[in-house]
Design a protein around this ligand. Structure first.
Ligand code: ATP
Ligand code: MG
Length: 379
């Protein structure tokens, strides 16, 4: 997929501009705080209708303005995977601060539900902030899984929403010390929706763990790394949703006293995690506990490469690669290998930002260069 036109208005420090984007992509160079990340954030907004920096919509409206709007014209890939050889689609999103109103349109039409417009744009962001995926708590890794699966696996998002709703109700009943039946009335809904969520998470990890390891090895040069799913329920070998739901139900039975005491459900996918390890001197070490900055960044990059591969497989589109200053903090060997890997991996459009000219090395320097200053792109 390719982004051919982009319009932004009152989005963070981007006052208003219309850009025609080159098919191969562009390298955008600008000093700190000029709007490089904001521009990529605006583009990615069209995929999920949320900020990839997890900022609330109100924060995205330029200071002193009432609304923002982002619109993109995209060329989908054609049959046989010809990049940019398919249909044209216009995706637009606008948000008005007063009343917090969000409006999304696809080719000028409002979809019935916002969810129907999700994932129409296929893009992956590589950001320095991704390192938090590896180094921080499990919540960020679950959010990563949820975004990837919601966009790429039909049925995942409704199951997740149902699970969250039921969990909220069940936890409220536990917190308020309601009768046993009032709590357990939610169990069936919880294990059914939770079973689907866990099944898809497990499947995804099994499908892509090998690719994760090989990307990690390619970038690091030598080290093997492993991605594992750590379920928040003892699965005891269960693999499909019925088996997982049964294991979940059993676990609920075993934790009755504990959940009463704590006033919250203590087993389930809300306790899931992804475990990332590297093997050093024959021992598997958790990157979260022991990883160096560069090792964590490498693992985060490998996760994003797997996200891109998931889009290719599930949505049959070559994702637009949005690389926000990714070489920061990598040693020269790793940066070279990341660039080499990127050149090999993808044939699609790349939008790359960097604060210095010297960090723009993708495609043997052949990408067009733009500058950005004070929220205005100079083509
Ligand atoms: P760096 O190289 O440091 O990452 P950058 O070019 O990526 O810099 P951005 O994060 O894109 O910088 O932009 C930061 C600027 O955007 C800051 O100066 C910030 O004040 C401004 N900004 C953020 N939110 C808003 C907003 N809602 N309205 C106006 N300006 C904003
Ligand atoms: Mg930035």
């Amino acid at each position: 997929m390719r982004l051919s036109e982009l319009q932004v208005r009152h989005f963070r420090n981007l006052a208003g501009q219309e850009l025609d984007l080159p098919a191969e992509g562009v390298a955008i160079v600008g000093e700190n705080a000029q709007g490089k990340t904001n521009l990529l954030e605006a583009i990615y907004y069209l995929e999920t209708f949320r900020s990839f920096r997890a900022a609330r919509d109100e924060r995205l409206v330029s200071f002193g303005q009432e609304f923002f709007r982002v619109a993109g014209v995209l060329m989908e890939d054609g049959a046989g995977g010809v990049v940019g050889g398919g249909e044209l689609v216009e995706v637009a999103a606008a948000f008005r601060a007063r009343g917090k109103r969000k409006k999304v349109t696809l080719n000028g039409q409002e979809p019935q539900r916002l969810g129907d417009g999700l994932g129409r744009v296929c893009a992956v962001v590589f950001s320095p902030a991704d390192v938090a995926l590896v180094s921080e708590g499990p919540g960020g890794r679950r959010r990563f899984l949820d975004i990837v699966l919601s966009l790429n696996v039909p049925g995942y998002l409704p199951a997740l929403q149902r699970f969250r709703h039921v969990l909220g109700q069940r936890n409220a009943a536990l917190r308020d010390g309601r009768r046993l039946e009032a709590v357990h009335a939610w169990d069936q809904g919880l294990v059914e929706s939770g079973g689907l969520v866990m099944e898809e998470r497990l499947r995804w990890v099994e499908r892509w763990a090998g690719e994760f390891s090989s990307h990690y090895r390619r970038i690091s040069g030598v080290q093997p790394a492993v991605l594992r799913y750590q379920p928040g329920v003892k699965l005891g070998g269960a693999r499909d949703r019925e088996g997982i739901a049964a294991a979940f139900k059993e676990a609920l039975g075993e934790t009755r006293d504990r959940e009463r005491r704590l006033g919250a459900t203590v087993v389930g996918p809300q306790r899931d995690d992804l475990i990332l390890t590297v093997t050093e001197a024959g021992e598997a070490r958790d990157l979260r506990e022991y990883g160096s900055g560069g090792q964590r960044r490498t693992a985060a990059l490998a996760l994003r490469l797997v996200e891109a591969a998931t889009i290719r497989e599930a949505r049959r589109q070559e994702p637009i690669v949005l690389m926000d200053d990714v070489l920061a903090e990598l040693d020269p060997g790793r940066s070279e290998r990341v660039m080499a890997l990127m050149e090999e991996e993808e044939t699609g459009q790349v939008l790359l930002t960097a604060p210095k000219e010297s960090d723009v090395r993708l495609r043997r320097d052949s990408l067009p260069r733009w500058r950005i200053r004070n929220g205005m792109v100079e083509c």
